[in-house]
Design a protein around this ligand. Sequence first.
Ligand code: ZN
Length: 358
Amino acid sequence: MIRPAFAFAALALFPPYAFAGPSACSCKHLESLQQEVENSRYEALFFAEMAERFTEIRRHFEEANKDPTNPDAGVNWANRLGVMHEQMMAQDFHLPNPRVSGYIGPDKVDMPFGTCEQKSEDLTKLKDGSSCAEIGDITLAHEAAHRAQCVAMGKDAYWARSWDEIAAEEAARYADQAKAMENLLKSVIDKGTLTVEAVLTPTYSAQGFSAGYSHTISKMELNGHSSDAPDWALNGKGKQVSKLEHLRIVGMSCTPSGQLDHDVDMTAKTDGFKLTLGGEMKYVSGQIKIKCKKGGGMSAFEPGEVGAGSYFTDAPFRPEMSFVRDASTMDFAQILKGGGISVSGEERVTVKLECPGE
Ligand SMILES: [Zn+2]
């Protein structure tokens, strides 16, 4: 396990007896889990590449050693790999998230040279310093797998391994860890409830005329379940209510009433890191009426389809997301502009991942 060194400072402020241990992972820990997955994936790849490179070097020198006249014969390749390992860790190893949100454990847990053991107090710190309980279980499983391999090989053979073999083992440990963290990330999202609410308030203006509408999608739930696939969809059905909030026509005094009701089909797509939200509107019922004092009744200005096909694309998935769009930049506004009607106002979309028990 490689962890940032400054975590030690935080640990000093919280003596071990102050811990009741971290709470169970829930969607509150979404960001920590995203960071753990990104870090483990990075580490799995980093060590796999290191192992591949070191294996090539080892093979090169083993081959050279078969021929004493080869200038590379007799080189201490094991030492050379040790130096390269140290250099790569110092210069090339850059975790995507050096500080995982909420982590206050040690930066690594040692296994003293020549043994297959780790100090239980170090392991307790690793577990208790985790952002949430199951993250601690996964990192402990990583360490337990090292010890198990050491015991299985025998401690002498384990510590006699060359750096290509050590890197290959680390790559395997982090590949397992990445998979476990990914499953945990998916499970906390599955246990949460994704909700969406939106309001669009465009005002249509032309010479001597102004109409302000509101299109409100009340809070709705989106449901779906992750699988082994990298991304999945969450779907929900809701309602949009549209009203004409104000109407101004030069020389008239008008009062709008009534509403339009639409069914909304919303789909969110996610891979646990990014979220894309799209929706479809279907007219159900209702109409908007206008009474004007001078000139009698008149039919409403019908804005037509204003619903967004796509609300946002590939936004970072957070427990709470809020998006505000200028209505004048939306597709329908562009079309109306061509007909001499300008659109102002905004759209606000709020997406929340609500955790159970909150
Ligand atoms: Zn390890």
